[in-house]
Write a protein that binds this ligand. Structure first.
Ligand code: M6R
Length: 369
């Protein structure tokens, strides 16, 4: 059932181009606009929404963090992201005009379920983004947008994450379309870009041998740091989470702008620092700042692993290892930059002799709080 792969995780990483494409299927009309008929929240209700809150745990929380950028960009609505496990223990301000988006692969995560119950008690509408048909979270939500990743067996989430990202972009664009905050050509362009992502992920997958080699060479390190900005920040967190759960290494993700506020003290001679670089074309200012960060950590001895889009020549002099990803718009970049980090973690786990599909102390679905 592993389809010739040594681990389910490897199979699921390889399935991502298909999973991403499937999650778009049937959701785009002949004019390139979105038809999310399954989202059974009336357009009139969606037009009244004045705030969006996105919740999830672990990897799903990282998708939620990316969703915030997409929702703000395409809807102009204030959007908060919260760990599902923290959400109901503060006093979140929710009412009938709040849309809560609950993201869960399994649909059974207790923290996420309790968060959505709390939201509904306050009168908020809840939209689930879920990979498991008929599971508890979609059943208890007002509506659901299913991700079409197919069953994910490995404890470490890979293809579910990419499809959660796609679903988040779809919801943000759909909200923008229904509310009139995203122009028709903007929706069509973004949908067209999303349609090209499957091929882009395939391209990344075809160039992963150097990443595997690099991972093997780092098997005896204790610490790996990950830096990113904007939507690259949740990608950095996701890269670190993968490494923790699979390789049992000390791995931390930071917003690159925080470096000088503390984390740079962690950098020692030879410390691997993985940096997710935003596209220079769209993010000239951020790009420049991230390139400076690469130089700063390198000056302190870091071994830099730079993930940057094709054509970005500015990073070349400061990259001890350079991982190229195809060009995408900034917002969609996590769909390609996450993939090398998954491969990296999987290979490091293997090199350290760990059980890839069943990491110690973890369960696929966490059904207790
Ligand atoms: O099933 P869910 O998406 O609700 O699960 C949430 C987290 O438990 C899950 O993403 C976890 O962090 C993964 N093991 C990460 O790879």
């Amino acid at each position: 059932e592993k389809g010739g792969y040594d681990h389910f995780m490897l199979k699921e990483i390889a399935e991502q181009p298909r999973a991403v494409a499937d999650t778009l299927l049937g959701r785009v009309d002949a004019n390139g606009m979105l038809t999310l008929d399954e989202v059974r929240i009336a357009a009139s209700v969606l037009r009244e929404v004045d705030k969006v809150v996105v919740v999830g745990c672990g990897t799903a929380f990282h998708a939620a963090m990316v969703a915030k950028y997409a929702v703000e960009h395409w809807t102009g609505l204030p959007c908060e992201t919260e760990l599902a496990s923290e959400f109901r223990y503060r006093d979140p301000i929710l009412d009938g005009r709040t849309l809560v988006i609950a993201i869960s692969q399994s649909g059974e995560t207790m923290d996420t379920l309790m968060a959505l119950r709390h939201a509904r008690e306050q009168g908020a509408k809840v939209l689930a983004i879920c990979n498991t048909n008929g599971s508890t979270i979609p059943r208890e939500s007002d509506a659901v947008l299913y991700t079409h990743a197919g069953p994910e067996v490995a404890v470490a989430s890979t293809k579910a994450f990419l499809t959660q990202l796609v679903a988040c972009y779809l919801v943000a664009l759909y909200l923008g379309q229904v509310r009139g905050s995203a122009r028709g050509d903007e929706v069509r362009d973004a949908v067209g870009e999303l349609a090209g992502i499957s091929g882009a992920v395939q391209e990344v997958l075809a160039t992963m041998e150097p990443v595997r080699e690099l991972a093997r060479s780092l098997a005896d390190r204790n610490t790996v740091l990950f830096l990113g900005r904007h939507v690259g920040y949740p990608v950095a967190l996701e890269g670190a989470l993968k490494l923790k759960e699979l390789a049992y290494m000390h791995a931390e993700g930071f917003a690159a702008g925080e470096l000088k506020h503390g984390p740079i003290a962690l950098v020692e001679d030879g410390t691997p620092v993985v940096v997710v670089v935003p596209p220079a074309r769209e993010q000239a200012v951020l790009h420049g700042k991230v390139v400076s960060n690469i130089q700063e950590v390198r000056a302190r001895g870091a071994r830099t692993v730079v993930i940057a889009e094709e054509g970005d020549e500015e990073v070349v002099p400061y990259a001890d290892h350079l991982v190229r990803v195809p060009r995408t718009p900034t917002l969609l970049q996590p769909l390609v930059t996450t993939v090398p980090l998954q491969v990296f973690a999987c290979e490091l786990a293997t090199a350290r002799g760990n059980e890839v599909d069943q990491p110690r102390n973890l369960a696929k679905s966490v059904t207790v709080e």
